[in-house]
Design a protein around this ligand. Structure first.
Ligand SMILES: [Zn+2]
Length: 180
């Protein structure tokens, strides 16, 4: 039924699309895949996936194919406190099984064709690992305009400066206090 192709390594096709018959013909043999993929269409409201570095091994185990390894997801996001743009990367552990008649949410469907495209599985991993509420740093305290409020609390110099304060300013001071 299926046409077995061989010696097709130099086709230049994406490393993330693998040949299923070849894997199934070599049970127990690990096929290492190292690739970089730009899942640019994957995003949440406040974060975008930029690049996924993939390092996984595929292995045929009876009539299933396992995918085990790691991926690093590079993302950009908006800091939830200061709203500045920030970026980071998240390590992802990959441990998936492809099989016919896959269980929803547990294993992935092994397609009937010759080609297994790993990208939908990786896209799912990327989506699950994008930060929903990123911080530019653990110590981010929020918008920098809080410094403005700090200045409205002047230290009072020694001396009789109080007599020099215009009463109208005193009213403004009262207003500022009530804002707090
Ligand atoms: Zn921030």
């Amino acid at each position: 039924m299926t046409r077995m192709k061989s010696g097709n390594e130099s086709s230049g096709s994406n490393e993330l699309v693998v040949d299923i018959p070849k894997l199934l013909r070599n049970p127990g043999v690990l096929t290492d895949i190292t690739s970089e993929w730009k899942p640019e269409f994957i995003q949440t409201t406040h974060s975008d996936a930029n690049l996924m570095q993939v390092n996984i091994s595929l292995e045929a185990v009876s009539d299933k194919i396992t995918a085990v390894g790691t991926a690093t997801l590079h993302w950009t996001a908006q800091c939830r406190r200061c709203l500045d743009s920030t970026s980071g990367h998240t390590p992802i552990s990959i441990n998936e099984i492809y099989e016919k008649g896959a269980s929803e949410g547990e294993t992935f469907e092994l397609p009937f064709g010759e080609k297994l495209d790993l990208k939908p599985m990786l896209a799912e991993q990327a989506m699950l690992n994008l930060p929903l509420a990123a911080l530019c740093s653990e110590s981010c305290t929020g918008p920098t305009d809080t410094e403005f409020f700090a200045e409205s609390d002047p230290s009072i110099p020694e001396g009789n400066t109080e007599e020099l304060i215009d009463p109208r300013w005193a009213v403004l001071d009262q207003l500022k206090l009530s804002d707090d």
